[in-house]
Structure formats: C-alpha cells, structure tokens
Write a protein that binds this ligand. Sequence first.
Ligand code: 3UK
Length: 515
Amino acid sequence: MKASDLPLYYNAVNILEHNLDERAGKTALFSRERTLTFQQIASEANQVGNALRAMDVRMGEYVGLLSLDVPEWVTVFFGTLKVGAIHVGMNTLLTAPEYEFMLRDSRMRVLVVHQALLPVVQPILADQPFLEHVIVIGEAPEGMTAYTDWIADQPTTLEAAPTHREDIATLNYSSGTTGEPKGIPHAHKDLVLTAQLWGKNVLGLTENDRTFAGAKLFFTFGTGGNLLFPYHVGASNVLFSGSPRVATNILEMVDEFKPTILYNSPTGYAMAMAVENFTQKYDLSSLRLCVSAGEALPEPIWHEWKQKTGLDIIDGIGSTEAYHIFISNRPGDIRPGASGKPVPGYKVRLVDEDFNDVPQGEIGNLLVNGETVALSYLHQYEKSRKTFLGEWLFTGDKYYQDEDGYYHHAGRSDDMLKVGGIWVSPMEVEATLMRHPAVLQCAVVGKTDASNLVKPKAFVILNEGYTASDELASELIEFCRENMAGYKRPRWVEFVDSLPQTATGKIQRYKLRGR
Ligand code: 3UK
C-alpha cells in the first residue's frame, strides 16, 4: 500500500469506521472499566466530535489528551480526528513544566485530562494563554466539565471532516537531549499506512486477534500496536489503566482478558520473568506472539522468554518520527539479538559521517526512508533540518548489517538513553542532581544492568562538607525521583574526585559509559 492508493480526502477515523459495515456489533474494546463494540465506540466518538464542534473547534486545531488507557482515550482520539482537529498525545509520566511547554507550544484550546492526572497539571492551567476548556474524564472540579456531561446531549451521528490524506492528524511529543519535548506531527495517511505495512503485512494481524500492550496509548508504539493496527484488520484490543511497571499487572491482564498478541518493552519482558513461577501463576496460553520495541531486546531475554513461555518475540525498531516500526523481525524469520530486516515499504541506509554508505559489517548511522516519516518537528527549525534530510530520516541510531542481511543495533550517536523503552536525557538528570546542595558536579551515562538493559548511572563530585556514603547515594536517587519523572532517576551513584572533560570544559560522557 502506498499513500497514493488512498483517496485524496481521507480521514483516519476510517480505521475505526470501516468495521461498521461488517462487524458493528463485534466487541472491539476490552477493559476493566468498560467493554465496547465497534458501533458503541463510533457512536461515542461522534458525540465527542459533536461536543468539540459545539466548542467551535475547527479543522487543524489542536486538542490535548492526557489520559490513562481507558475507553475515553479511544473515543476522544477518534472524535478529534473525525472533526479534522489534531490529537495531541501527551505522555502521562511527565511533570508540570513539560505539560506547560506542550500547552503553549501546540496552543491547544481544549484539553481532555483524566482525573488521576489532574493534580499534576492543575497548578499550571490557570495561566495558559490559549487554553479555554478543560474536560475531565471522571469527576470534574468547579470550572471544568466532566466528560460524561460534555457528551451527554450530543447526537451519535456526525459527518467526518473532509481532511486531506496529508493533513496532520496527531502530534506526539518526544524528549530531546536538552529535555525540551519536540512535537512530531503525523498525517492521516501515516496512521493507516503503518497499520498496513507493519501491522498487517509483517506482524500478520488478523480479525481474530486481540492485542494488549505494556506500552501506553500516548506512545505511538501503543497507539499503533494496541489501537490502530487491530482496528485496521477488524481485531479487538485490551486496555489497562494501571501501571505497566508492575510486572504482575501485565501478567494478570493477560490471564484475565486472553489477548493473542502482547506488545512490551524489553524491560517489561525481563520484569515479567523476574516474577517467580510466573508461567504457573498466570495463564498465558491465549498468546500466540509477542512484540518488543522501544530499546534493543538483548538476545538472552529472547531465549529465556522462549524457553519459559514457548513464545517468540518479534523485535522491531520504530520511532515517533516514523510513527512506528520500520526494521523488524517477522514470524518465521527471527534473528534473536537483531532488529531484523527493513519492513517492505521502507528503505534504510547505513552511512558514515560524510553520508557515504558503509560496507556490510561496519557500523554506520541509520537513515530511513518511508512514506510514514514526519516532515519536521513543530517549531524546531534547526533540529528539523538535522533530522529530516529530504527523503531520509536521520534516526540517531548506530547500526550494522550482518552477513545474512539482518540489522543490529549498536548504540546512539547522541547521549540519549532508552530506559524501559522511554527516552531519558542525561543532561536533564544532571540538571536535577545539580539542584541538590551536596552536588558540585556530575555526569550521567547509561550502564547495563543484570539483564543487559540500560539504566542511568550518575558520577558525582561532592561539595565541600559532604562525605560519600550509601545513605547519600540513596538520598540523591530519591531526590531525582521526586523532582523529575521518576523513571529517569539514576539507579546507581558513584562518588568521584574528577570527571573526564574536554579542554573547553565539556564533560566527556562517552568515557564514562558502561563504567
Ligand atoms: C530506540 C530501538 C533498538 C532507537 C517506538 C516502536 O521507541 C519508539 O519511539 P521513540 O521515538 O524512540 C525511537 C528510538 O528508540 N529503539 C526503539 N525500538 C528499538 N532500539 N531496538 C529496538 N527495537 O534509538 C530509536 O531511534 O520513543 C518504537 C514503535 C513506535 C515507536 N514510537
């Protein structure tokens, strides 16, 4: 499938609505909160769309969604797309300053927020120059509208806005080295193309599947894998509003809702296997295939999972810039430890610093070409020019190709870390540590843990009057947990007398890597 195969005026709400012809009454969405058929989702999404129009939301305007994975996530998402507005997917693990940035950067007039996340954003809502309406999924305090009241009187039918297939449908924020999020706009066409190119053609999803993910819907790994791809083929999905970082939660959900496909990060698989006798305690027999993305899946984890569950894991590399996976293993063709081969519809190159192709076996910078790649970041001219190189996307990943053509991840060309599949900027962790009175100077790098997965480690030079101790190390880790998104905290602190630096005083993090 190519973009030109789609109608010129195409709205990605079709990914949901094409099911109304053949399987309107089929249960599409399973969750502990509610179970919904395709028809029920479509009707409620229409109510959301009508409620947005009643607020005078026009085509091209941004509508923020900061929510746990509940059925309303899905209805708000499709309702937003259907009126031609742009869905802003917001990471639920962040802090007020990051949300403030997103609100201003996207100029959203409407924010739909889950009541569980309201306390985090509430302090900044008052001063927003563009925000006019806050809708709360759950109970709404004074001055805000509850979702159920918001849609209550709205009709369940709605004409889709005639969006161009190249119109922007979603904006997802991804972290950068300086910690400032970058908005990544994707067109209506990108959503259905990734569903076809990877979800259907590579993963082989069918209408009989039921997907479930440790990756949340705000992350395009989750939006694609656990919402768009199953609906594209008429399959169902399972949503979980709790934390995926508690491994037993994920195992319980599989046991209870019997999905056939599980998406998770490598860390998620490692954590599940750390639960004693997990295969005896939980019935995982409904699963036919597992998927891993977000960071490289170490080969030992692949084998251990296979040995304990009998299941294959399909590792594939994707990115928010490309919307989803573009190099992937596939059922029946898996090389454990590798990311696999380019997904048909994408081309990749491995190049040196002068953009010359490197020979097979040598490490190069990974470039990707495909029709689902975004065109630029929002409001980021310089960063966009360094990343979106005409037809090629500069991923920032180092890769090599083995003699059989499989691609292997070999690190990043920047200092960014992927921890549990989510970005961590070492500079941001360092800036947080520097706010602690004991810290004179510090450097944060990635170090692999016992499962061969990267976690942040801090090297710290103490201020005079402070003495290195295990207690102080724990205190610094706690300090980070409280003063930024907790998953970014260092897992180890090593006290040192000096840090490697360039002549100009720039810390050479690469010299500390793995130490
Ligand atoms: C790294 C991987 C090795 C790599 C994502 C699937 O992770 C996703 O998007 P992000 O924008 O990060 C992209 C970066 O993450 N990475 C992701 N997957 C792998 N490295 N092996 C992998 N399998 O550095 C890449 O550049 O957060 C993944 C689908 C949708 C996504 N958004």
